[in-house]
Design a protein around this ligand. Sequence first.
Ligand code: NAP
Length: 279
Amino acid sequence: MTKAFVGIFGYPVGHTLSPLFQNAAFKALGINAEYVVFEVAPKDLEDAVQVIRSPEFLGANLTIPHKEKVIPFLDEVTSMAKKCGSVNTIVNCGGKLRGETTDGPGFIRSLKEETGMSPKGKRILLAGAGGAARAVAFALAEAKADVYLTNRTAEKGEKLVSDLKNFYPQNTVTYIPFSERADALRREKIDILINATSVGIEKEKNLPLTIPSPLRGEDNRLIVCDLIYNRKTLLLQSAQRLGLKTIDGLGMLIHQGALSFQLWTGKTAPIKKMFAAVK
Ligand code: NAP
């Protein structure tokens, strides 16, 4: 069998951990394929995408800043990717390119694996309205969670809330002004708090959210998630000090990759081997 390839397109893209765990997965299953990093400037995206049509490519991943811009260059986009306006995975279906999003489902899987909790009926405060927040918000709405969304720039947060309401009119979707985010934790009896802002990606001075302390009995069930995966953020540190269950972004990263792997190969991804490769 000739060697197959999967690309990741980003700009810049040097920081990505994906080749580590995707190549470990190919190796573990004895698949003759390689996951390769391509630094693609925005002006070159359309041409780069055409390369994925060739038979040796199983598909590709997209990362910042291409997830939205790639959509017009694809032949087909799943309804979920269309709703959230983001594609992180391209599958080469015999020369036709299908766009998918596995970021949100990756987060849901990570939540279930690490806490045993399903988002259905849970009250979730999500901070952020960028690409990651958008993907997670749509997956939560799809899973029938109640979504409370807050963002530093109100217009962006309100736009995401309005898009969610448009697609999920039956769901509870509420915008929380950024100045009220800490109060909202108790007021709205939040079950799960998610930081999807980029605060904490580098050593931070401030918390994106303050968790009220001391805890009252009912707050002990709060689960605190941070999508950041490269370090333990101040948010997770403070939540752990309060004795709360926490999850970082590594689970989301691996699970979104595992779902993409399944789409490219038709095989169940070796999750444990993928975690081991990055740890
Ligand atoms: P993005 O599109 O650039 O969005 C950044 C978000 O952070 C916006 O909501 C922005 O608010 C907010 N923000 C930035 N600086 C802030 C500050 N000082 N105070 C308050 N809010 C601030 O980024 P993204 O792609 O959504 O990524 C967000 C985070 O998720 C990153 O840390 C990234 O590493 C992580 N991520 C993790 C995974 C995973 O698999 N675990 C996947 C994707 C992303 P404004 O709208 O006000 O600017």
